[in-house]
Design a protein. Structure first.
Length: 146
């Protein structure tokens, strides 16, 4: 079974149409309390985890940066640590907001992030925590979900 965080979001809704996927929402793991995310993973013992959940109110993050950091930074870090403990892969949906928006070519995985707003900083914090966890992971940076 593959565990997906973000039950009601666009990506998670699409993933739920796949066999062997279980999605959980805020009622089962409060993203503002990262320990509940790790507990959900340990309880479910999935083959892999996909984090399709996030604090996505880009403008509102400027006045709620602490909450955005908890949801976009601390929660993915806790998920990744739990995945490392269980030796399972972790896929995280991130954003191109980790960059400053300058330039004329597509971003590369070797480009250095330089977020210009609270939302981008919070997403970068999550990416850094995932990398630090030591789990097998993939970070997908998208600019738009359609």
């Amino acid at each position: 079974m593959i565990l997906v965080f973000g039950k009601t979001g666009q990506v998670a809704i699409e993933l739920q149409s796949q066999k062997d996927v279980i999605a959980i929402g805020r009622d089962q793991a409060d993203l503002s309390n990262s320990s509940t995310c790790a507990e959900a993973i340990r309880r479910c013992k999935p083959r892999a985890v996909i984090n399709a959940a996030a604090y996505t109110a880009v403008d509102k993050a400027e006045s709620e940066e602490h909450l955005a950091n908890k949801i976009n930074g601390d929660a993915p870090g806790a998920m990744a640590s739990a995945c490392a403990d269980l030796d399972i892969p972790f896929v995280h949906i991130s954003t191109d907001y980790v960059f400053d928006g300058s330039g004329t070519r597509p971003w590369s995985v070797t480009d250095i992030p330089n977020p210009k707003n609270a939302y981008g900083r919070s997403k970068l914090k999550g990416e850094q925590a995932i990398k630090a966890s030591g789990c097998a992971h993939a970070i997908l940076r998208t600019s738009w979900v359609v």
